[in-house]
Write a protein that binds this ligand. Structure first.
Ligand SMILES: Cc1cc2nc3c(=O)[nH]c(=O)nc-3n(C[C@H](O)[C@H](O)[C@H](O)COP(=O)(O)OP(=O)(O)OC[C@H]3O[C@@H](n4cnc5c(N)ncnc54)[C@H](O)[C@@H]3O)c2cc1C
Length: 381
């Protein structure tokens, strides 16, 4: 499927999801089931899953095109709904045993199963290796105990991708050794979900998750015992590129609204868009988004060519988040007082985008990585 066909299919799919649909979902905190059903019909959750498992067999370039188009055509950061399952499925593809892949991937691709990623803990966010959730081997199974926080969709998910420690940091040969990932039943009675009230991204729930004496079969392990970190890093690098694409799409969505408004709004007898003070802000926002877009697609292209791309991925995440937040802020400003109203939507997109400065990796941590690994400065974290 060519990029052009991907774009036109997504534009067509998005036609029925209007601004009021997304506004309503956000204000009533209800999961967009109708949107999920449409994504399932097109097997878009399986964008990067090979055809032999029922997926579309596309590359990361196509995946980020899909995400950008979904965001730009109205969904904004609700596009996360696709990303969570698409990358969760990729983790299953890369880390699960063949038998589990054959069983789960076709269902994931068809949207019959929902996934959630449970990595962050109350005391371990940026320091993602310092988790305390334990998995202890008991006969042929693992006994899991711990507390996770900020888990998107955990209560509606069928399966949690749960990151545990099987070797304490104190005895691990290196800090990145000892993480083990399991696919677990999110509805098991030993798993408790407590929703967290949040500023934006209210198309889906984010929960604190407590796990007490959950028993998991060894065959549900993703990646090797104690070797979960390389698998996480592999998928998290793609996540950075994908998050950048969603941010750019959302930034473009707000910018397009502001440009249309600037052409029509008459103040002092002429459209506000005639003022350079307005035009320059819009042109600057556009330029920043396009620059971020260039590095984002460069990262995806390198990834698809199996070349090193983590530097581009990290720069893409940083620049796309700054550019999209700037665009959303300009959009509020150009709308004047109306920009502050819920009914004009731009404030919602700004609130949704604001989360990206904090996660999946914070802006500070992206800069720390660039400082250390690209500029050769001393490690600061
Ligand atoms: C809405 C939402 C959804 C999320 N969804 C998920 C999910 O589905 N699954 C999941 O596992 N996690 C999820 N997260 C968690 C997210 O990945 C973390 O919030 C993020 O990694 C930051 O961790 P923290 O919140 O513990 O901040 P901390 O690590 O406590 O950092 C606090 C602040 O200090 C800064 N800081 C820390 N160390 C340094 C340093 N050395 N130099 C400079 N600055 C530093 C950080 O940048 C940040 O600004 C979500 C978070 C949010 C808000």
């Amino acid at each position: 499927m060519s990029i052009e066909i991907v774009k036109s299919n997504i534009c067509e799919l998005m036609r029925e999801f209007t601004d009021s649909y997304w506004r309503n979902k956000s204000e009533t905190h209800s999961f967009p089931e109708e949107f999920w059903a449409k994504l399932s019909e097109g097997r878009w959750f399986g964008a990067v899953i090979p055809k032999e498992y029922g997926g579309l067999g596309l590359g990361v370039t196509e995946l980020i095109t899909i995400l950008e188009e979904i965001a730009k055509n109205g969904a904004g950061m609700a596009s996360y709904i696709l990303l969570t399952n698409a990358l969760g499925s990729l983790m299953v593809l890369k880390g699960a045993k063949e038998e589990i892949k054959r069983e789960l991937l076709p269902k994931l691709v068809e949207g019959k199963l929902k996934l959630a990623l449970a990595h962050t803990e109350p005391e371990a966010g940026s320091d993602a290796l310092d988790i305390k959730t334990t998995a202890t081997k008991v006969d042929g199974t693992y006994l899991i105990n711990g507390r996770k926080i900020f888990v998107n969709n955990s209560r509606i998910a069928d399966l949690l991708i749960l990151v545990t420690r099987t070797c304490p940091i104190s005895v691990a040969p290196k800090k990145s050794y000892g993480l083990t990932i399991f696919l677990v039943n999110s509805r098991d009675q030993t798993v408790r979900h407590t929703p967290m009230s949040k500023m934006g991204m209210n198309y889906f729930e984010t929960c604190e998750v407590t796990v007490e004496n959950l028993i998991v079969s060894e065959k549900m392990m993703l990646g090797g015992l104690n070797e979960g970190w390389p698998l996480l890093l592999d998928v998290y690098n793609i996540d950075r590129v994908a998050v950048a694409a969603m941010a750019i799409g959302t930034g473009m969505l707000t910018l397009n609204k502001a440009v249309e408004y600037a052409k029509k709004r008459i103040v002092f007898g002429r459209p506000i868009g005639m003022n350079q003070g307005i035009q320059f802000q819009l042109a600057e926002a556009y330029s920043q988004l396009e620059a971020a877009r260039a590095v984002t697609f460069q990262a995806a292209s390198l990834c698809d060519q199996h070349q090193q791309y983590w530097k581009e991925a990290t720069i893409a995440k940083y620049t796309a988040v700054e550019a999209s937040l700037y665009a959303a802020d300009v959009a509020i400003q150009v709308h004047g007082g109306y920009g502050y109203l819920r009914s004009f939507d731009v404030e919602r997109h700004w609130r949704d985008l604001r989360q990206l400065k904090l996660g999946p990796i914070s802006q500070e941590l992206t800069l720390a990585l660039i400082g250390e690994h690209i500029l050769g400065l001393p490690r600061s974290y």
